[in-house]
Design a protein around this ligand. Structure first.
Ligand SMILES: OC[C@H]1O[C@H](O[C@H]2O[C@H](CO)[C@@H](O)[C@H](O)[C@H]2O)[C@H](O)[C@@H](O)[C@@H]1O
Ligand SMILES: [Ca+2]
Length: 792
């Protein structure tokens, strides 16, 4: 036990609880003995749990850690077959052949090798004892055949995942490490079996045929497991950084299926010759890649963008110079960034902000900073922060978050004490001011009469990146009119061979819907470009107040704009913010319902669609305390459901039918950015308890899906479903669900939401989440003093 002193204390990755170290070691995700009553009422038991030594996930030696990253856990150093080769000959220990503790009880077999295990193998009582301590280890003698057996018996619906929907025996026998596979024990239940499947799949991908596997790794508390995977693995899987060798992967895009889209292609701004030379070099170094490199023209018109529909390509992003320390040679390398995941393998606008919040929770500051650098580059070279960096997104943007994103990164790179951070924040604000003026408060997005802004991008024709049948209902009547196939009509319309003003109007709004990030919802269909939304105007209010603060702090309260040479002070920007606030109140606030509604600038009428984006008025600081209170009393009850906040009310969405299919940004779905912004807004206005309650709901839903469905983390959820919330059959389907054996990346903003939501949870709530206690029984069984912290 003296050795305990060497062990590092485990801190939960994202918790700010005052009792972090009290994580119990016996939380069993499935069939655990913990009940809501025990959790909430038996304080003696709780104290006992809390007085235990903290659970250890890291140790003096990373090879000792049952929760170390896959590269370590399944790397060559831990291969049992190497025991008789060079490691033993060199007298080195084989780290993973030891039985070792998860909780600090260091085994006496610490120094043994594989043969020691075999020779000194102990009886099964030892394994029972170790099991009771949570320290048991397995020896998987043949990874391939165990995987085959597991899938054959347990994956009865043959989707390469083990879930609660599979009808197998839910048990497999594996050898124990102590007996070097001689004795067998059973692994039972969906959660453990699916974790076994995940671990074997990863081990196989590392080329391993035999492994030792800690029971703790497949029986890990799911809250720990998911937050650990997000922080240590998912973020890495989603991170990209362009160099001479990987451009083929970055450029690949599954969204467009034309023959010309098969080859990777990069478009470079007309005035970036170094980048052009870089990509040409990459193409020459690997001719089999067939990388095509093209300059963009100086003026990028909607006609030009449409002309690229069949030859889509990646748009160049910001790069820095890198000097190879051994050769002294200088070359370019891209700033890192993280992609959302699934079909979205490029840098997105508002996803990046949400992702940055989560990256910073995991200390991946360079990636978050890299994304700000890319936005500065995009504003300079493409005139806006792009929907994403593909040619077909060149005309449109997404909800703007740059000022807040720059501020949070600034704080993490040294802030005021770091001259390069000051340089960074100044460049970011110069860019944000340019974006504010030339994109969001210029034509066609600005409505001169109200002074409010709308999503209203340029563009021509049918967006090529959408799933092929998305517009069939709209286009079908035209195939009848022109007596042609759908494909023929699409071409005729896109090429301008037929003029259909009603369709032009439809696609004007469709593009605006996509710029809003809420693609798609009946709230916006056929009308979006005419809506001054509460979403966008809240975000612009935040820009105005952030810019005022930045001018005061970093520009001596006098900002000379290098782009138009105008001079402004913080007071000018505060005035703009106040004016916007007044207009939003006048046109959008509805005291009776407690909602901020969108305002239709075309027909000059307030809408009545009840959307969760009403809470953005809290996130941005635009709402008054009184409005916040009314929203909570009247709007919140309409939007709070089992798994958190739903996009909109069922009433607003209206009936669904074959001709009116469900839309992914409508009831009954919930999205991470809505949760994240509402939590922060509520907390800022003094309603932390509500934020905590909503986050418990969201985390419960995510954890339950993760436990029951093979470690799944998806783009969006059905927040009204207690059984299979990840199942969303709308539009292009749910991203993140389509994996074989193991989910490797989750989904960007959902990953963030998990880490951010956990910051509201104390150890009691974490334990309840770990045993998947649904929100209602959890809240109902709280003691009165505990209820208060959830604002119940
Ligand atoms: O391909 C269809 C649409 O896909 C994107 O929208 C969705 O994914 C984005 C990335 O996660 C996200 O930013 C957006 O809010 C989602 O609705 C894309 O942004 C759309 O432009 C595109 O048409
Ligand atoms: Ca299955």
């Amino acid at each position: 036990m003296e050795r305990l002193g060497h062990l590092k204390t485990y801190h939960f990755p994202a918790a700010n609880n005052d009792d972090d170290n009290s994580q119990s070691s016996d939380s069993s995700p499935i069939g655990g003995s913990t009940t809501p009553n025990l959790l909430s009422q038996n304080s003696g038991e709780q104290e006992k749990l809390m007085s235990r030594p903290p659970r250890r996930v890291s140790s003096t030696n990373e090879y000792d850690d049952p929760f170390s990253n896959a590269e370590i856990y399944y790397g060559p150093e831990t291969d049992p077959r190497k025991a008789t080769t060079k490691y033993q000959k060199q007298g080195k220990k084989l780290n993973r052949t030891r039985t070792m503790s998860v909780f600090g009880n260091i085994s006496t077999s610490r120094q043994t090798t594989i043969e020691d295990h075999y020779l000194k193998r102990r009886g099964s009582e030892d394994d029972t004892y170790l099991s009771s301590k949570g320290n048991r280890r397995f020896f998987i003698e043949n990874v391939d055949s165990t995987l085959e057996e597991l899938l054959r018996n347990e994956d009865t619906d043959r989707n390469y995942q083990i879930t609660i929907e599979d009808k197998g025996p839910k048990v497999i026998k594996v050898g124990t490490a102590n007996s070097f596979g001689f004795n067998h024990i059973s692994i039972r239940g969906t959660y453990m079996l699916s974790n076994l499947l995940q671990e074997l799949t990863i081990a196989k991908s590392f080329g391993r045929h035999q492994i030792f596997l800690d029971e703790a790794r497949i029986n890990e508390d799911p809250v720990n497991r998911l937050s650990r995977l997000i922080t240590n693995q998912f973020w890495n899987s989603l991170t990209r950084r362009i160099d001479l060798y990987n451009i083929g992967d970055m450029a690949s895009d599954g969204k467009i299926d034309t023959p010309e889209a098969k080859n990777p292609r990069v478009y470079v701004p007309h005035n970036c010759p170094e980048q052009y030379a870089f990509y040409i070099q990459a193409a020459q170094m690997n001719p089999s890649l067939k990388l095509e490199v093209e300059y963009l023209p100086e003026a990028i018109s909607p006609e030009y963008v449409k002309s690229l529909n069949r030859t889509p390509g990646l748009l160049a992003l910001a790069m820095e110079e890198h000097v190879n320390p051994s050769t002294g040679e200088a070359s370019l390398i891209g700033y890192p960034y993280a992609v959302p995941g699934g079909r979205f393998n490029e840098l997105y606008g508002w996803d990046s902000y949400m992702i940055a919040l989560g990256l910073l929770e995991g200390n991946k500051v360079d990636v978050a900073k890299g994304m700000v650098e890319h936005f500065i580059f995009e504003i300079k070279h493409y005139g806006k922060i792009l929907n994403a960096n593909r040619s077909y997104y060149l005309c449109r943007s997404q909800p703007p978050f740059l000022t807040d994103m720059a501020n949070i990164v600034f704080d993490r790179i040294g802030g005021h004490n770091n001259p390069s951070a000051i340089n960074f924040i100044k460049r970011a604000f110069v860019s944000a001011i340019k974006e504010y003026k030339s994109v969001w408060t210029s034509q066609p997005r600005l409505d001169p009469e109200t002074g409010l802004s709308c999503y209203h991008p340029d563009g021509i024709g049918i967006p090529p990146e959408t799933e092929p049948d998305h517009f069939d209902t709209i286009l079908y009547p035209y195939t009848k009119k022109y007596k042609c196939t759908m494909e023929e009509f699409r071409k005729m319309y896109n090429d301008g061979d037929v003029k259909e003003p009603a369709l032009d109007e439809f696609f004007l709004h469709d593009r605006a819907v996509r710029e809003s990030g809420h693609d798609t919802t009946y709230r916006f269909e056929g009308v979006c470009a005419y809506l001054a939304t509460i979403d966008l105007n809240s975000l612009l209010y935040k820009y105005e107040t952030d810019i005022a603060d930045a001018i005061e702090k970093y520009f001596g309260d006098k900002f000379v704009d290098p782009n138009d040479f105008s001079v402004t002070t913080s007071a000018d920007w505060r005035k703009l913010a106040n004016e916007r606030k007044e207009r939003v109140n006048k046109y959008m606030w509805d005291e009776d319902s407690g909602f901020f509604f969108d305002y239709n600038v075309h027909i000059k009428k307030r809408t009545s669609y009840e959307s969760a984006t009403t809470f953005w008025a809290l996130w941005s600081g635009l709402a008054t305390p009184h409005q916040a209170q009314v929203m909570i009393e009247k709007a919140l009850p309409k939007l709070e459901v089992l798994g958190g906040l739903v996009c909109c009310t069922e009433r607003s969405r209206g009936p669904i039918s074959i001709n009116r299919p469900v839309r992914q940004w409508d009831y009954p779905f919930g999205w991470a950015p809505h949760q994240i912004l509402a939590w922060k807004g509520l907390e800022d206005y003094g309603y932390k308890g509500i934020a905590r309650r909503l986050s418990y709901r969201w985390l419960f839903m995510m954890t339950k899906a993760f436990v029951d469905f093979n470690g799944i983390v998806v783009e969006k959820y059905n927040v009204t479903s207690g059984i299979d919330p990840h199942r969303v059959e709308a539009e292009y389907g749910n991203q993140g669900a389509d994996f074989k054996g193991v989910a490797k990346e989750g989904f960007g903003w959902v990953n963030s939401s998990y880490l951010l939501g956990l910051k509201y949870m104390d150890s009691h709530a974490r334990r309840a989440l770990g045993t998947c206690i649904p929100p209602d029984p959890f809240f109902k069984n709280l003691r009165p003093d505990q209820m208060k912290i959830y604002d119940l």
